[in-house]
Design a protein around this ligand. Structure first.
Ligand code: ZN
Ligand code: ZN
Length: 510
């Protein structure tokens, strides 16, 4: 037995020696280390029983799933609007939500219930000197420690495939939780650059709030969110203008009040808890998106305390491990990367409405990740506000770190000189500047800062209407390029406002 093991070890050592020799032989001298892009949530479909007759995509659910669900439950929707619904109606809703996510369920210990895999393969094309990304996709439900191990293997594979002994590493969105877990477990060797791009490694206020009972709708943010999420087509523009009109005259708010009343009852009756514990509440990967400061409250909300939480002990142990080893040390992990790798970058976006489903809907964000967390501590005004006229930069380090629009003070960020901000850019929306900035940092032969290149200043302005970017300065013309339908709606809104004011003057004693 021992002999077999020794033989096996010898063979393995021979092979690993050969593979090292092979990669040294194939060493590439192009001067461009490959870029590994650790992608975010839902970058690849989740497939159940892949390769069998029963193979099916379990996430994302098809676009018609929600309309169909509503159609099948018209009576329930009606009951909900009436807000006098009973336990049976609540059960119908809970079952419908769970049905949407069927296939993604987890066991009580945070491992997958079904045989689900990610629709993604290792790339085989070694070309890299053009700066293309080698994307690392992962099952977003799983423990970041598991995914970090997958990332370690992938980095080794890309090094061998391309003949380089270093890689640039970018963590995008949820990918930053995997990136930080990787750094905490496997260190900083063999990395040429580390970038946190709209990174959720410090969690996001959105998930923190959802996991601590903050689900609630708000008319202004719902309208704003729909408007920045919709496409530039006549239909969408008309719908979005119509929604704005409904909001202006208070109808959206009325509907939201009804929804919120239902939600309150759902919370009070424990339906929300039931939904959580059948879906996202048992996914360690999603738990990693809860900010450090919200974690304990979120645990109490989802699992309860004492005996009630006992069935989830194994899961909670996993969550605590991420929380204590990675989330609690986030700043230290980034600082060590800066010191040991020598080249890092933090990129955050702002001035986009947060998804409207939380009590933090006014938080400054890129729609999903709030700017405070993505920038590792910049001081930011709430959405639609500024830091104030007389605002003075909090930390005087001899640089100007206050954005010309008065919304962001980068001086309190972990790396004020290595943190870039893009205004008006939605979290996942592609704009060429995103890539240009990522390549600028990767291509630099030493730590670049936000002052040395005019093309990549601390604050960049993105015009969604024109699709262009430019440095944000006091002279930036921020009037949006209105689409024709919006011009018409703006005109009507002005007329309505005028009549409302006149009406108040004539008939209402103030
Ligand atoms: Zn090369
Ligand atoms: Zn500075």
């Amino acid at each position: 037995m021992k002999k077999t093991l020794a033989c096996l070890l010898a063979v393995m050592m021979l092979f690993s020696a050969l593979s090292v020799a092979a990669s040294a032989e194939g060493a590439c001298d192009c001067g461009h280390a490959p870029i590994i892009f650790v992608d975010g949530f839902n970058a690849s479909d989740l497939i159940q029983d892949e390769g069998t007759d029963s193979e099916r995509v379990v996430f994302p659910f098809p676009g018609d799933a929600i309309p169909n669900m509503l159609k099948d439950n018209v009576a329930t929707v009606w009951d909900l609007l009436d807000t006098r619904f009973d336990a049976a109606t609540e059960q119908t809703v809970a079952d419908a939500v769970k049905g949407l996510l069927h296939g993604t369920e987890m066991n009580d210990d945070g491992t997958p219930l079904y045989n689900v895999t990610v629709d993604w393969r290792y790339p085989t094309d070694p070309a890299h000197s053009d700066g293309r990304y080698f994307k690392f996709n992962f099952d977003w439900r799983l423990d970041p420690f598991f995914n970090a191990e997958g990332l370690k293997d992938f980095i080794a594979y890309v090094k061998e495939l391309t003949g380089h002994d270093t890689v640039h590493l970018i963590g995008f969105s949820q990918g930053a939780t995997v990136l930080n877990t990787y750094l905490s477990q496997y260190g900083y060797e063999g990395l040429a650059t580390v970038i946190w791009y709209c990174g959720a490694h410090n969690g996001t206020a959105l998930v923190g709030s959802l996991f601590s009972g903050g689900l609630r709708m708000d008319a202004a943010s719902a309208t704003g969110y729909v408007q920045n999420a919709t496409e530039d087509t006549f239909l969408f523009n008309t719908l979005s203008a119509l929604l704005q009109g409904l909001t202006d005259i208070g109808i959206t708010g009325g509907v939201m009040d009804l929804v919120n009343k239902s939600l309150e009852k759902f919370y009070a009756d424990g339906v929300m808890k039931d939904i959580f514990l059948s879906t996202f509440g048992k996914m360690p990967g999603v738990w990693a998106l809860v900010p450090y400061e919200d974690y304990e409250a979120a645990k109490r909300f989802v699992f309860g305390e004492g005996e009630e939480a006992a069935p989830y002990a194994a899961l909670i142990e996993k969550l605590d491990r991420y929380h204590n080893e990675v989330a609690a040390n986030s700043d230290a992990i980034l600082q060590a990367a800066q010191e040991q790798v020598g080249k890092i970058g933090v990129i955050a976006k702002y001035n986009v409405r947060m998804m409207p489903v939380v009590d933090v809907a006014d938080t400054q964000s890129d729609s999903l990740i709030d700017t405070y967390h993505a920038s590792c501590g910049a001081t930011v005004a709430d959405f639609g506000q500024t830091l104030g006229d007389g605002y003075v930069q909090k930390i005087d380090d001899g640089h100007d770190h206050l954005s010309a629009d008065g919304i962001v003070d980068a001086s309190t960020a972990l790396f004020p000189d290595f943190t870039w901000f893009i205004k008006n850019a939605v979290h996942e929306t592609y704009i060429p500047y995103n890539d240009a900035l990522l390549h600028h940092i990767c291509d630099s032969d030493r730590q670049p800062d936000v002052f040395e290149d005019e093309a990549f200043p601390q604050f960049t302005y993105y015009s969604p209407a024109a699709g262009t970017t430019a440095p944000l300065t006091k002279d930036t013309d921020e009037r949006p390029d209105l689409k024709p339908i919006e011009r018409i709606m703006a005109f009507f809104r002005r007329i309505v406002t005028f009549w409302k004011k006149l009406f108040r003057k004539l008939f209402v004693v103030e």
